[in-house]
Each structure stands twice: as C-alpha cells, then as structure tokens.
Write a protein that binds this ligand. Sequence first.
Ligand code: TRP
Length: 452
Amino acid sequence: MSKERSSFTGKLGFVLAAAGSAVGLGNIWRFPYLAAKYGGGTFLLVYIVLSVTFGFSLMVAEIALGRKTQLSAIEAFRSLDKRFTFVGVLSAIVPALILPYYSVIGGWVTKYLAGFISGQAHAMSQGTYFQDYIARVGEPLFWFAIFIGVTALIVLFGVQKGIEKVSKFMMPVLVVLISFVAVYTVCTMEGAWEGVLYYITPDFSKFSLMTVVAAMGQLFYSMSLAMGIMITFGSYMKKDISIASSAKQIAVFDTGVAFLAGLMIIPAVFAFSGGDKSALGQGPGLMFVTLPKVFDAMPGGRWIGIAFFLLVLLAALTSAISLMETVVSSFQDKLKMGRKTSCLVVLGISLLLGAPSSLGYSLLKAVRPLGMEVLDFFDFISNNVLMPLIALVTCVFVGYVLKPKTVIDEVSVSGPFKQKNLFSVVIRYVAPVCILLILISSVLNAFKIIEI
Ligand code: TRP
C-alpha cells in the first residue's frame, strides 16, 4: 500500500506538534498530585532518571518505527512482523480508555473557568468546594459533556489545525504564567519554602516500589508513549530531521512543564495546610483545591485564575483532540466506517465510558473496582497496566526481534545518534527487566496480594 503522506515542514514544526500533544493535563494536573503523594523530591528524582533513560529511548524507538514504516501503529507492527500486530491493537485501545476520563477532568477545568469568569473566585477557594462539587450528579456530567462535545465538533469539522495554531502560540504564555504563580507563592506565602524543599530534596526513607510504579505510569502518560501516538507522529516525519534530538527536546520540554507545575502547586499546599501533611495525599483534586486558594490570595487573582484555567483548558483540548483523532482513525481503518459515523460512535462510547468516572464521586460512590474510585480505576488500567505492557513488548520487539540496529540505522539517516549505546542497553536489558518487575508488582498490589 503506498500512500502519499503529508509531513511536517521542519524540525521545529515536528517538535512543536509532538510537544503540543504531549503537554496537557498530564503535566499540570497529574504530575503535581503524584509528586505530592509519592514523596516529593524522591518522586521527582525517579521521574527525571526514568525520563532521560526509558522515556527518551522509547520515544526514539516509536518515532523511528513510524518513520521507517510510514504507517500508524497497528499497520506498522503488522508490516514489520505479523506476530506483533497485537501490540498495535493494544496501543489503539489505550487512547480509547484515556479519552473518556480525560474529558471528565477537562470538564472540571471548564467548570472552574466558568466559575472564575462569573465571579465566584472567592467561593471556589473555600473549604470543601471541590469535594462538594464533584459529589453532585448533574453539573459535573454537564461540563464533561460540553468538553467532549466540543472536542468531537472540532474533530468532526476538521478544524484541529486552527486550534493547534492557537495552542502553539499559547503554550509559552502558559509556561510564563505557571512560573509567575510559582514565584509569587514561594516569595509571599508563609510555609511555602518548606514545600519547595519537600519537592526538590530526595528523601530515601520515602522511597518505595510504588514511587517507581507511579513515576513510570506518569512517564508514559505524560510523554504520550506506549499508545502508538509517537509511531503515527514518526510516520509523518521527514527523513532529514533528527529523531534523536527531536526526542530529546520533546522529553525535556514535557518534563520541564511538569516540573514547573509541581513548583506552582506543592509549595502552595504547604502554605495553606499549615503543615498538615495529609493535604499532600489528596490525589486528583489537588490542583482544583489548591490553586483557587492561591488566586484568592493574589491581587487581581480573578483575572489570573481566568487566564490560567483558559490556558489549561486549551492544553487539555489539544490533547483530547489528538486522543480522539487517534481513536477515530483506528475506527475508520479497522471497521471501515466513514469519518462522520466514526466520530459520532467514538463520541457515544466516550460519553458512556466517561459518565461512570464522573459519577464515581456521587451516584456510584459505592462502586469501587479494585478498591479505587472509578476514575482512578480507568487511569490505573491504562497507565499502570496496559501502557507498561505495551512498552515491555515494544522493547522486546525492538531489542530482540527487530534488533536495536534497525532503529539505530533509521535514526542515523538524519544525523549521528550519540546515545546509541545507551539506547541499546536500555531497550534490551534495563527497560524490559524493570518494566516487567513493575508491572507484576503493581498488578499484585492492586489485587491486594502484596503490599508495596
Ligand atoms: N500526554 C498527554 C498529557 O500529558 C495525555 C495523553 C496521553 C495524550 N496520551 C495521549 C495526548 C495521546 C494526546 C495523545 O496530558
């Protein structure tokens, strides 16, 4: 099958597009709450080590597979080795699982933006506002439907390009705003410095296997790895663009944004909790509980709040669009559906799968799969089970079936691959062994067979 593929114009175009899809709620919402929960500096250190080794190597491998085959995930694996088609199929399932609950969080962001616009900045910073909000039935469902509906409309009418242009322009603004809020908190709020220390100083008494499990799941999620996305991106990449240096830049940028988001949220948690450490373990609500308090304490905080939630909404929307686009195109290819039908079917499935995640804090409070909230359950299955599994098989495939040389050759087409020895060792030995151990322990832990 030979198909003309349009491609990104230059390296900057490629890096920006990939980073645009990678930077999203994962960096701003998910990373800070995990870092707070799993030991601050300890989590940060583990994450950075994983990102320059595993993250970088896996990203290089995926982009190279895509560029070599000029195909998207399922077909790429099939064309290289029929026995590994299933990896492509599994990778296509992950975004379909992520999109629904991602949109539930997107709905929370939209609600907070609407709240700041309509002048409820102060009310939203009080007491248990967030917990009370998600414990309602209709309103969170409403905002979730709006978020996924807008995403579907954009995909349906094919206007992603326009949105992506806007978001590329906004991303630097978001980074500046996050830095500003972080500096403001640290410089003006009592107790915040203690939070900075907690965030950047590793404390090995806090180290546990669970820290590594959480950091690795976060790595895959945040860099959009192990779900075929980077394979698709690679298939649109021109031969003269360096894969190694693009992967490095995407990884550094993505990790940088996550680091800053943590710096904006964790010190603020310390400042507002008066030293109560249990505030760190709140989980998914952390950003929504903490930031309105920060904005409320700032002069002009309402406007900063509007700007912040608007920018986060855009980042979330571009990620959701890219997730939906992936699912829609798998449906089109595999089930031979038209684009419109496929879009509507994906919207329907996402509404059905997302509603329980939204209702898990209210109507379905009693439903606790594996002892988790419904939203956490979807998050766990995709990030801590399916993605490590896909990453593991990808490493085995590249390391032993295809051989690292195939990827190294593809990378070397566009310039020297300085990290090729690191790459081979990580792909063949370090990554498979570590991922396997982590996968086993996280699954056993979830089923309460062992405690980690
Ligand atoms: N990386 C995105 C984030 O940090 C989330 C995400 C995961 C994603 N997989 C994706 C985005 C695939 C686009 C495409 O928020």
